[in-house]
Design a protein around this ligand. Structure first.
Ligand code: BTN
Length: 274
């Protein structure tokens, strides 16, 4: 799967594999951008809506979910710490709520069997975040311009201020480069979008379940207003909503504005003295 070649060569290979699906498809590799998502959203709003895969060797203002930053060192050479790209395309007016989960399935299936998915769209390795997905949309007539941004850590990032340092793909694929990862993930993403457009998230539900790292774990979900809910995660439904078993029954969480984290297992209760 993962052969060594430069980013431009990988972009060409991705283009060859995807252009049959979208005849006006293009792949661009730019040395620096604020954010591949921001750039494609600007283009979409300006009416430039042909399917485009945009790769940035470096992002100066990469963005994550819930208004967070997505910081990487970047670079195109073997040894670059991460791959950052976005795919922009027009999709019909369908329910997009499970799209980020379907994209997560495509990313992990293209890369390694040990990767897991944390609802709604984080890729995890051994309890740490390895990759993130940010989907943004804007209306184009009665359709939608959809921008799917993916950031994948290839090498460890020592400078991070995160509580848990991120995982890196080199832990399971020491030979992986930005080029080889782009070549593996780009066509897989295009296939997943076609499948999602035709059949919806239901077609990905079983594959998501196999990678679901939250299943049977006690989780806490918090919305932006700080409202918390605690329970045991019990999978996702056919629309991609997270199901959480709580004291008040099964709650359905379908808002992307909610952050969910697994809680550490609680200690066994100490037997009380007779
Ligand atoms: C998250 O986990 O919070 C989502 C992170 C998404 C990061 C990618 S990197 C490429 C694209 N451009 C951005 O500014 N963000 C996404």
């Amino acid at each position: 799967m993962l052969s060594a070649q430069g980013l431009q060569g990988a972009a060409e290979t991705v283009w060859q594999q995807v252009v049959g699906q979208w005849p006006d498809f293009s792949v661009e590799v730019l040395p620096e951008l604020d954010s591949t998502n921001s750039e494609l959203m600007r283009r979409g709003r300006a009416g430039q809506t042909s399917p485009t895969l945009l790769v940035a060797e470096r992002q100066t203002a990469g963005r994550g979910r819930l208004g967070r930053d997505w910081r990487t060192v970047g670079g195109a050479a073997p040894g670059a710490d991460s791959l950052t790209f976005s795919l922009g395309l027009v999709l019909p007016a369908i329910d997009l709520s499970g799209l980020s989960l379907a994209v997560g399935v495509a990313v992990v299936d293209a890369l390694h069997p040990d990767l897991g998915l944390k609802w709604p769209n984080d890729v995890w390795l051994a309890g740490r975040k390895l990759a993130g997905i940010l989907i943004e949309t804007t209306a184009v007539g009665d359709q939608r311009w959809v921008v799917i941004g993916v950031g994948i850590n290839l090498l460890p990032r020592p400078e991070t201020d995160l509580r848990t340092p991120p995982a890196a793909l080199c832990e399971v694929l020491p030979q992986a480069t930005v080029a080889s990862v782009l070549q593996a993930v780009g066509p897989a993403l295009a296939r997943a979008i076609r499948q999602f457009t035709q059949a919806g998230f239901a077609d990905f539900q079983a594959a998501f379940a196999r990678r679901d790292v939250l299943r049977n774990r006690t989780v806490q979900a918090k919305d932006r207003a700080g409202q918390a809910l605690q329970g045991v995660a019990c999978g996702v439904d056919a629309s991609g909503a997270l199901l959480v078993h709580t004291a008040r029954g099964v709650q359905v969480i379908n808002s992307a504005e909610v952050s969910v984290r697994p809680l550490p297992p609680s200690p066994l209760p100490t037997p009380s003295a007779p």
